[in-house]
Write a protein that binds this ligand. Structure first.
Ligand SMILES: O=C(O)CCC(=O)C(=O)O
Ligand SMILES: [Fe+2]
Length: 337
């Protein structure tokens, strides 16, 4: 796999080339480096993960094919109404507004309410007892199901065999420590498509790509096509956002909210967003963008209690233990009030 690393990448780079099965001193070094990135920024570029750029490109090509299908076909795999059932196809938010709003207050209200201008398809493991995948009838896109599941399992293998081990080692814990809370594979692969649109609909705030947010689960890895847009809040505390452009061969990693709580806020779940960047091609159009996050979550019955080594006299435990299920319920209730 080729890594054309820029001179001064905007995030720390963590190299898994010599991680092996997580037992060597090199593996410990990788874990420490990853942990430092989690403390400093909450984000990193990962290279030599074992998931090749060719695999990611192949999945991005499937994603393009999927989203190019007619809307009524995509609707044959509809996302359930219950927001927590993260499976199947979600269409682009219904357009809410006229192009002719100039009142600043009205515009501010619209900006706040404008749905993200994107469509998505979610899937998980094939054998979940409580959350089944929702597929298109196979004849509409033969091979899609198999390709998507195989990519899902490639991400999960990296998660279990390397990433959670590296995090555990970095935290000074046995390599398999975090994996024991991730036995059921409650993860989610999301194909995302941000359609092209004229630049002014973004600059006027009528459409956005993804508003600033943190992710819910343990951690996320993200594959992007070659259209930039992901931005991460600067650790300087200035409130500014740093562009995280795609680097061929590199995967973007971030800590999510459960891991931040679990680590007594030692590791950071950092705000990030997707902006519509105006290309310098004079067309005035914002290019479409495809990305694929893999959201990792602990088993629903896992007890999220301060990890060993993350609290002491000077840094007392901030949070009560909570099961992952109760935590997620709490967050969803806060979102949909
Ligand atoms: O599309 C991207 O690059 C990031 C998406 C994201 O942050 C999310 O879906 O949580
Ligand atoms: Fe995110």
């Amino acid at each position: 796999m080729s890594n054309e690393l820029p001179q001064d990448p905007s995030l720390p780079v963590v190299d898994f080339a010599s991680f092996g099965d997580g037992t060597s001193s090199d593996a410990l070094e990788t874990g420490k480096r990853l942990l430092q990135a989690c403390k400093d920024v909450g984000f990193a570029y990962l290279i030599n993960t074992g998931i090749s750029q060719a695999q990611a490109d192949d999945m991005l090509t499937w994603s393009r094919k999927f989203f190019s299908l007619p809307p009524d076909i995509k609707q044959l795999a509809p996302h359930p109404k219950e927001g927590w059932k993260q499976r199947g196809y979600s269409g682009i938010g219904v357009e809410q507004l006229s192009q002719m709003v100039f009142d600043p207050n009205e515009l501010a209200a619209i900006r706040k309410n404008a749905p993200d201008f994107k469509e998505s398809f979610d899937l998980g493991r094939a054998d979940s007892p409580h959350l089944e995948n929702i597929w298109l009838p196979e004849e509409h896109l033969p091979g899609f199901r198999e390709a998507a599941l195989s990519f899902y399992y490639a991400c999960q293998s990296f998660q279990i065999e390397k990433l959670l081990k590296a995090l555990s080692l970095g935290l000074g814990l046995p390599a398999d420590y975090l994996a024991q809370f991730h036995r059921n594979g409650d993860n989610q692969l999301r194909l995302l498509h941000y359609p092209a649109a004229p630049a002014e609909v973004f600059s006027r705030g009528e459409k956005g790509r993804a508003k600033a947010h943190t992710d819910f689960g343990t951690a996320t890895i993200l594959f992007q096509d070659n259209v930039s847009g992901l931005e991460v809040e600067s650790p300087s505390g200035s409130g500014q956002f740093i562009l995280v452009p795609p680097i061929p061969g590199a995967i973007v990693f971030n800590v999510a909210d459960i891991l931040m709580r679990w680590s007594n806020d030692t590791l950071k779940s950092t705000l990030h967003r997707v902006s519509a960047l105006v290309p310098q091609d004079g067309t005035g159009m914002i290019q479409e963008r495809y990305s694929i996050p893999f959201f990792m979550g602990p088993d629903v019955n896992a007890l999220i209690d301060c990890l060993p080594g993350c609290s002491n006299e000077n840094r007392p435990k901030k949070y009560e233990p909570i099961t992952a299920a109760a935590y997620i319920d709490m967050r969803l209730n806060a979102t949909y009030v």
